[in-house]
Design a protein around this ligand. Structure first.
Ligand SMILES: [Zn+2]
Length: 116
């Protein structure tokens, strides 16, 4: 595990609540998600997902959520193939991560959220 994440990870799970970078919407309670490293391309984040960026960047660390019902608040933006992009339920900022329609597992990008 990379050292720069260590203060946010406790027993492999999120130590603090996870919230939107742009508003106060809380997405996940403490210990609701598992830390996972792995590369995935995500469109760059925007505060208006209706005009989703076509520019992508590689994200390397995620909060893995096995069950959609674990989220306190989460929204969806567009779907590309078997990938459904996750957005803030309140202000539509996104994508903050993605949902795999095959595995039903969601991944929230560490670099796109904040902690409460
Ligand atoms: Zn928000």
């Amino acid at each position: 595990m990379s050292n720069n994440y260590s203060s946010q990870v406790q027993d492999g799970k999120n130590a603090k609540s996870i919230k939107c970078k742009y508003c106060t919407s809380v997405m996940l309670k403490p210990a609701a998600a598992n830390f996972e490293e792995g590369e995935h391309e995500l469109p760059t984040i925007t505060q208006n997902v209706k005009s989703a960026s076509t520019i992508t960047e590689t994200v390397t660390a995620f909060w893995k959520v096995d069950d959609m019902f674990t989220f306190d608040n989460i929204g969806f933006s567009n779907t590309v193939g078997t990938t459904k992009y996750l957005a803030c339920a309140d202000c539509d900022a996104g994508p903050v991560g993605y949902h795999d329609l095959n595995t039903k597992i969601s991944y929230v990008a560490l670099c796109r959220i904040e902690y409460v």
